[in-house]
Design a protein around this ligand. Structure first.
Ligand SMILES: Cc1cc2nc3c(=O)[nH]c(=O)nc-3n(C[C@H](O)[C@H](O)[C@H](O)COP(=O)(O)OP(=O)(O)OC[C@H]3O[C@@H](n4cnc5c(N)ncnc54)[C@H](O)[C@@H]3O)c2cc1C
Length: 466
């Protein structure tokens, strides 16, 4: 990686992206189509010889599911990336067909749904980084933290960033993609500008994850599984293959049900899920790491798109603007959709016009988050301990309806396809309100939404039974 200091990158043909996470990388890729030079500033040192954990992305110890829609967007931005990811060890699976899934109602059958890419977050990011940095217009400066915005001479624009322990970097456009720890509200305040309004919903979900080696088993028909919790039993777990030779178990629980980060509690927690399938899969497996926890999973939208006084030349992307309860697996997909929306909004705009329209760009890219936000917050509001604005009538109706959709989607291909289409952000939510779908959902209205589900799905009987 090129990390040569570049303190002389002046001018409006230069863009700076703060943070080399997924949102930062994909944004840099898009900006390089418009700006002569793009500098990515990253606080961490970045490995150049393969995927590695780094402190700036602590969430990478936990299961990351990339929905088909996000992968397609990445493929459009970086043609060939899907092949590079799978060659690196990522698994491309059909969900729920290859991926056992106990929903709040019952197990999904082997039905049509969507594709998911399963890989360690380190592999996904490293593969993207390699592809993005092939573009010679993009350079990355590593091991240096941004610590403020530089005001432009006109007093209403941003002209660059200041760095901790280094000189400033001038740029026509600054994009904050520093993730959930973004300091832009404080940086705006330092310029005498207002911070954005914030909407926040917190279901107090805790994570705990560890990797395993699971011996190959020719009789095994699944390639991953998700045992989902529900409000009356708020503990869940996911088991995914990572990078060809390891398995990652992520356990989750709300509030006092948060999973432990020590043995033997980790396995005991897995044993207590709604189905023993995940515990049975790992109880004799070899642990390759200690459990690692993660808290701070609230949905939080910082509404930069509503700020009247957002300075020219500033954009906020990815988790820095809007982050989600990660259990619905939307953050990476929304980062990719945001970069695509930016590419569309920039089409035909010369670089020197871009700073002046950055407020409009912020509005257009923010829409990429809206469906994922609706899904995550309305689902979180089912949990009584969730903090945030109470559900309105429309949300409560939607929750009831979605419970019925879920029951139907467990067994009915005509409902599983649209259900996964919407969940993966491939189809708009209105797909589930088409007359044919509504009639089908109504025909199953009497089915219980939270029944006692069998321990194993019919298409994958308990180990030792056929
Ligand atoms: C526990 C957990 C599980 C998740 N699971 C999923 C999942 O299954 N599917 C999914 O799609 N999404 C998931 N996500 C969300 C996903 O990780 C993010 O949405 C996605 O990575 C986009 O992040 P980002 O690029 O905006 O920020 P990040 O990936 O957090 O990157 C921010 C970057 O900015 C750098 N940085 C920070 N401050 C500075 C500074 N001052 N100067 C320079 N650099 C700085 C950091 O070092 C880092 O490299 C999960 C998140 C969590 C927390």
């Amino acid at each position: 990686m090129d990390d040569t200091p570049d303190n002389h990158s002046e001018g409006r043909d230069h863009a700076v992206v703060l943070g080399a996470g997924l949102a930062g990388l994909l944004t840099a890729r898009v900006l390089a189509e418009r700006f002569a030079r793009v500098t990515v500033v990253e606080r961490d040192e970045l490995s150049s010889d393969g995927p590695q954990f780094r402190p700036g992305v602590p969430q990478s110890s936990h299961a990351h599911v990339l929905w088909e829609r996000g992968l397609e967007a990445m493929e459009r931005l970086l043609p060939g990336i899907t092949g590079e990811l799978t060659e690196g060890g990522a698994a491309l699976l059909d969900s729920p067909r290859d991926f056992l899934w106990l929903s709040p109602a019952d197990w999904f059958g082997p039905l049509p749904g969507t594709r998911v890419l399963l890989a360690s977050r380190e592999l996904t990011e490293w593969t993207l980084r390699r592809a993005v940095l092939r573009d010679r217009r993009i350079r990355v400066r590593t091991g240096v933290a941004a610590n403020g915005l530089m005001a432009g001479a006109d007093g209403r624009s941003v002209a660059g960033v200041t760095l901790r322990g280094d000189g400033p970097v001038h740029a026509g456009l600054v994009v904050d993609a520093t993730g959930r720890t973004s300091k832009t509200p404080a940086w705006l305040a330092a310029l005498g500008l207002p911070a954005p309004a914030v909407t926040r919903y917190d279901s107090h979900l805790g994570y705990s994850s560890r990797t395993y080696r699971i011996p190959p088993d020719p009789a095994r028909r699944w390639q991953g599984m998700y045992v989902q919790g529900r409000p009356d039993s708020p503990r869940g777990g996911v088991l995914i293959p990572v990078d060809g030779d390891r398995w990652l178990v992520t356990l989750i629980g709300n509030g006092e049900h948060a999973p432990p980060t020590r043995d033997p509690g980790f396995l005991e927690f897995a044993r207590g899920l709604r189905s023993p399938a995940l515990y049975d899969a790992v109880r004799d497996a070899e642990p390759l790491s200690e459990p690692v926890g993660f808290r701070g999973t609230a949905n939080e939208w910082r509404h930069y798109e509503r700020l009247e006084r957002l300075p020219d030349g500033l954009l906020v992307a990815g988790d820095a603007g809007c982050r989600f309860n990660p259990v619905y697996g939307h953050g990476m997909t929304v980062a990719a959709l945001g970069a695509e929306a930016l590419r569309e909004a920039l089409a035909g705009l010369p670089a020197d016009r871009i700073p002046a329209v950055s407020r409009e760009l912020q509005r257009r890219t923010a829409t990429a988050a809206s469906v994922a936000w609706q899904i995550a917050t309305s689902e979180d509001l089912r949990y009584p301990g969730t903090e945030g604005p109470p559900p309105d009538r429309a949300t409560r109706i939607l929750q009831h309806y979605m419970s019925r959709v879920m029951v139907g989607a467990n067994t009915d291909a005509a409902l599983s396809a649209p259900f996964f289409g919407v969940l993966s952000l491939t189809e708009p939510p209105t797909t589930l309100l088409s007359p044919g779908t509504v009639l089908r959902v109504l025909s199953k209205w009497r089915l219980p939404t939270a029944p006692h589900a069998p321990a194993y799905p019919p298409h994958h009987p308990e180990p030792g039974r056929t």
